[in-house]
Design a protein around this ligand. Structure first.
Ligand SMILES: Nc1ncnc2c1ncn2[C@@H]1O[C@H](COP(=O)(O)O)[C@@H](OP(=O)(O)O)[C@H]1O
Ligand SMILES: [Mg+2]
Length: 283
C-alpha cells in the first residue's frame, strides 16, 4: 500500500467512537497471541519462533478489520515494516504494534500489549492498548479515555462495565515514575535521580502510558530507542486522559518521521503537569 506523504484523509468526527472501534479490533489479536503464549514454555528461550508466530498471527487478525474500518488511511504495522512493506506515512495514518513487549512475552510476565493508534496531522488522536494476558483494554480519543475488562476476542462491555479514566495532577513531591522493565538506560536513570520521585515502577510495553492515564503514575521518561508503533496508541490514550508526551526540549512528540525510519527520539510522558513542574522541566 502506498500514499502520498502529504495526503490527508477523512477521519471520523467522533474520535472516542473511533477509539472504541480500534479497541474492538485490538481485542481480535488476543486469541492468536494467547494460543502461542500458552503453547510455549521453556523452549521459547532457546527458540523465539512462538513470538514470531504470535506477532504474525496477531497482525493477520488486525489488519483486515482495520482496513475495513479506515479504508482511506495507510496502515504502518511493525511486522510489515520489518518485511520492508511499509507505506510512506507522514500526516494521517494508522500505527500498529501487534505484539509490543517481546521481552515480556518471552519472560512470561504478561506485560505485553496490542497497540493501535490513529495519527492525524502528525499527532495521535485515537488509540487502543490491549493487554490480552490480563484481559484489560484502554481506549482514548477526543479528550475521553476508558479502561475495561475484555476477554480475548470478546465484544467490548456496555458502559456499566467500563471506567472513565483521567491522569492525576502531578504532585510536587512523591511522584511515581514508570520505567521500561527491560530497557533502562543510564540517561533515564540520571533523569530520575534528579527528580522528586518517591517510587519507580517497572512496566512492560505501552502499559506505562496507560498507568499514567489512569492516575497510577506521573512520569515515564524514555531516553532509549522506541519505534512510533510502540508509543502512538498509549500516547493517544494518555493525551485523551489529560496527559502529554513531550521531547526533552518540551515540544510534543510527533509521528510520521519516515526519514528517521519511524524511530522516536527521547521523550517524557507526563500526567497532568503543574505550572511549577513545567517551569522545572523547561530547557
Ligand atoms: N535498541 C532498540 N531499538 C529500537 N527499539 C527498541 C530497542 N530496544 C527497545 N526497543 C523498543 O522498545 C519496545 C519495548 O518497550 P519496553 O522496553 O518499554 O517494554 C520494543 O517493542 P517490541 O517488544 O514490540 O519490539 C522495541 O520496539
Ligand atoms: Mg513494540
Amino acid at each position: 500500500m502506498s500514499t502520498s506523504p502529504g495526503a490527508s484523509a477523512p477521519l471520523p468526527s467522533d474520535l472516542f467512537t473511533l477509539a472504541e472501534a480500534l479497541g474492538s479490533v485490538a481485542v481480535l489479536a488476543g486469541p492468536p497471541i494467547m494460543r502461542a503464549y500458552c503453547r510455549c514454555t521453556a523452549a521459547l528461550k532457546a527458540d523465539g519462533s512462538p513470538v514470531t508466530e504470535a506477532d504474525l498471527a496477531a497482525e493477520a487478525a488486525i489488519l483486515p478489520p482495520l482496513a475495513k474500518l479506515l479504508p482511506h488511511l495507510p496502515i504502518l504495522s511493525e511486522e510489515q515494516a520489518s518485511a520492508g512493506q511499509a507505506p510512506r506515512c507522514a500526516q494521517d495514518f494508522v500505527l500498529v504494534d501487534p505484539l509490543d513487549g517481546t521481552r515480556e512475552f518471552i519472560d512470561r510476565n504478561g506485560e505485553f500489549t496490542v497497540n493501535i493508534g490513529v495519527i492525524a496531522g502528525g499527532n495521535p488522536v485515537a488509540g487502543a492498548v490491549y493487554q490480552p494476558a490480563k484481559g484489560v483494554l484502554w481506549i482514548g480519543g477526543g479528550g475521553r479515555a476508558q479502561v475495561m475488562t475484555v476477554l480475548p476476542g470478546d465484544s467490548l462491555p456496555p458502559p456499566a462495565g467500563r471506567r472513565d479514566i483521567r491522569a492525576r495532577a502531578t504532585p510536587e513531591r512523591g511522584q511515581v515514575a514508570l520505567v521500561s522493565r527491560s530497557h533502562l538506560d543510564a540517561e533515564t536513570k540520571a533523569f530520575l535521580a534528579a527528580r522528586p520521585c518517591a517510587q519507580t515502577l517497572p512496566a512492560g510495553s505501552a502499559l506505562k502510558f496507560c498507568l499514567i492515564a489512569q492516575g497510577d503514575g506521573d512520569v515515564y521518561p524514555r531516553f532509549g530507542p522506541t519505534m512510533e508503533w510502540d508509543t502512538a496508541a498509549g500516547h493517544a490514550v494518555l493525551a485523551s486522559a489529560g496527559g502529554e508526551v513531550v521531547t526533552p526540549d518540551g515540544a510534543p512528540l510527533r509521528y510520521g518521521k519516515a526519514d528517521q525510519g519511524y524511530r522516536n527520539g527521547s521523550f517524557i510522558a507526563w500526567g497532568r503537569r503543574s505550572e511549577a513542574e513545567r517551569a522545572h522541566a523547561a530547557p
